[in-house]
Ligand binder design. Structure first.
Ligand code: ZN
Length: 284
């Protein structure tokens, strides 16, 4: 069952044109077999070297060893490329179809699974970038380039990167190495690539925010949750582990922490939202 105060709040949002927003992270994609950066899989062994993801996923590291970073990226992409959306992704998509412009999805995931599940581009904000795109590592322009089709991803080994692949991973304008279109650990959020201003605006229009599958270790998600609370919105965290958000919400009247996995919660929520929408708009 979904608590009545959550359902009342959803009804309030629908009647008052407030956003019902979802902030999601790697936990959502774990069921699709995608390892998280911060979990125990967050390391990278290449040759005889052992790196932490937080070390290799940086602009600083790219500047000194771009091919090492590209190997890491290609290997991760070889996992995300063949992963399939799971029930959580599909429930989010169903909820979007019910809520239309009242819906916003703010995702930290770069794995394209929201897109594969059918979520619309216009209501999905990929605040950590998108593995399907690359851009110039030397920042000669802001252009995003689709991932080169010539590069074979199936069965990719961790140390694999050939001379011809390196050629496909060059900027078409200046011939420097391309880089993945993701936010690295030593970079800052911005509007141009990561929709920072847009999601901050959405946080102020949000009447209820659901947080799923994220531990909240990056700044923008933290600010989003705080903005919703500051505007008297409700923030609901669904998680099986303690996180930054559980602590933030623990002593707030408009904070709710639910100990559950994402999929069962989203499945129940979708059913309840469907009922609300039918009652409010007499929609069948
Ligand atoms: Zn360039």
């Amino acid at each position: 069952m979904i608590e009545k105060r959550i359902l009342d709040r959803i009804e309030y949002c629908l009647k008052n044109d407030k956003k019902i927003s979802f902030l999601v992270g790697a936990g959502i994609s774990a069921e699709s077999g995608i390892p998280t950066f911060r979990g125990e899989d967050g390391y990278w062994v290449s040759g005889s070297k052992n790196y932490k993801a937080q070390e290799i996923g940086t602009k600083r590291f790219f500047n000194i060893a771009s091919h090492e970073v590209l190997k890491f990226y290609l290997y991760r992409k070889s996992i995300t490329e063949f992963a399939k959306p799971n029930q959580s992704h599909f429930m989010l998509k169903e909820i979007e179809s019910l809520l239309n412009d009242n819906f916003a999805l703010i995702s930290q995931n770069v794995d394209s699974l929201h897109k594969k599940a059918g979520d619309s581009d216009k209501r999905t904000y990929l605040i950590h970038g998108d593995h399907d795109f690359m851009r110039c590592g030397d920042e000669c322009s802001n252009e995003l380039y689709p991932f080169p089709k010539e590069i074979q991803l199936k069965g990719r080994q961790k140390d694999q990167l050939t001379e011809s692949e390196i050629e496909f991973l060059k900027c078409p304008k200046c011939n420097e190495d391309l880089r993945p279109h993701v936010l690295w650990f030593d970079e800052y959020y911005n509007e141009k690539f990561f929709k920072k201003d847009s999601v901050l605006r959405i946080s102020k229009e949000t009447g209820i925010l659901f947080i799923l599958g994220t531990s909240g270790e990056t700044t923008l998600p933290q600010v989003i949750a705080k903005n919703v609370l500051a505007k008297s919105g409700t923030v609901v965290e669904i998680n099986i582990n303690e996180s930054y958000f559980s602590k933030l919400l623990s002593n707030k009247a408009n904070g709710i922490v639910i100990n559950s996995k994402s999929t069962p919660f989203l499945t129940k929520l979708k059913t309840e939202i469907e009922k609300k929408v039918i009652t409010l708009y007499n929609k069948t």
